[in-house]
Design a binder for this molecule. Structure first.
Ligand code: AQP
Length: 350
């Protein structure tokens, strides 16, 4: 944690608390694992209070088939636990079970400005050419994300690089709310974007993010993929004919090569430069099988445990329910105070 940052003193009255979420909009990918999940586990193991949320209300900003959404939510919960999240130490739940998220999002819809939302690149990417057909929820997504975080007065949010702009918006919303109402109520949350794989790219196109909703399954490694599928996907991953160089500068303009090096480093807990030192001069014919082997070694125990946990969906639901109760106990008083600040009459106490 960077206590020397300018916001550390501004947030001094808030105790350190992490919040982060993942959309159950499909199966978890290696991008979700390296950019988020693996780091969630590290933060938990540092002893930091952490709240992790399967953001099902975010997921439905684009169409989700209901049975698939339910399955993906349970499977993501299983993925969190299999990767090392301890639901006793950290809070793990799904967003729709805690109404504070939606309620605070409405307040933030009235704080955020249209101009701010119009600049969100994720909306532009996801809405594509036909913006008129995108859901209002997709447009308002960043205000709901701000509510997810600020409903818990979270001070830090571990995320991948793609979420940086939304985190900046969360900070803008907190600052504007505090300023408009003359309070020091919401912390100015800090993003934690760290590690060698803050942006894992598609295996088919090194300029595109690896994504669970990419139509091509060959573009991503799923946490449910078996060893053969992982080996095949890395074998067929797009690369160039040149061998690996010995410096990172020499990887400029080779996004696919850079991506595979980053993935290796993140899985191995080393740096991309160290990977190049080990593999300089080798072509992808020899690097890819070693990468596949490392990925299988890291992911196979998680995949096996996920599949074991998925045998008992009722237990997963119970666990999410217990997490939601603990989350609600933190968010409800914060929401009440927020309504008071805004001037809502609150005569029916919960
Ligand atoms: N490719 C990635 N590299 C590094 N981090 C990533 N994350 C997602 N993809 C990568 C991080 O995972 C967390 C959860 O993301 P999300 O599921 O809420 O939404 P997303 O970023 O939109 O992920 P997807 O896979 O691309 O989902 P779809 O396809 O449904 O839009 C975040 O911390 C994110 O940074």
């Amino acid at each position: 944690m960077n206590d020397a940052s300018p916001d550390a003193s501004a947030n001094a009255r808030f105790s350190t608390r992490i919040f982060s979420g993942i959309q159950p909009s499909g199966g978890l990918t290696l991008g979700n694992y390296l950019g988020a999940l693996k780091r969630f586990v590290e933060k938990q193991d540092e002893g930091i209070e952490a709240i992790y949320c399967l953001v099902d209300m975010h997921a439905i900003t684009v169409w989700q088939e209901p049975a698939r959404l339910r399955h993906a939510t349970r499977e993501a919960a299983a993925g969190f636990i299999a990767a090392g999240i301890d639901p006793e130490r950290s809070i793990l739940f799904n967003q729709s079970q805690v109404s504070a998220h939606a309620e605070l999002a409405w307040i933030f819809n009235c704080v955020a400005r249209m101009g701010w939302m119009n600049r969100m690149t994720q909306f532009k990417d996801k809405a594509g050419k036909d913006k008129e057909a995108a859901s209002l929820g997709l447009y308002a997504y960043p205000a709901l994300m701000a509510a997810d975080i600020l409903a818990y007065h979270a001070t830090h949010v571990p995320v991948g690089e793609d979420q940086r702009q939304h985190l900046e918006l969360t900070r803008d919303i907190a600052i504007k709310f505090n300023h408009d109402y003359g309070v020091d109520f919401f912390p100015v949350t800090e993003p934690l974007i760290e590690g060698a794989a803050t942006r894992v790219m598609s295996l088919r196109d090194g300029t595109k993010k690896m994504s669970k909703s990419d139509p091509s399954d060959m573009s991503r490694i799923n946490l449910t993929d078996d060893a053969d599928a992982i080996a095949q996907k890395f074998r067929k991953a797009r690369t160039d004919p040149d061998p690996l160089p010995d410096t990172l500068e020499a990887l400029e303009g080779r996004p696919e090569a850079r991506n595979l090096v980053n993935i290796y480093a993140a899985l191995d807990g080393t740096s991309p430069q160290e990977v190049l030192v080990a593999f300089a001069g080798q072509g992808f014919g020899s690097f890819k099988p070693k990468l596949a082997e490392l990925a299988v070694e890291s992911l196979a125990p998680i995949t096996a445990e996920m599949s074991r946990l998925m045998q008992d969906p009722a237990e997963i639901d119970a666990l999410l329910g217990r997490g939601a109760e603990r989350a609600e106990a933190i968010a409800a008083p914060i929401l009440e105070q927020c309504f008071e600040i805004v001037g809502m009459v609150r005569s029916r106490r919960r």
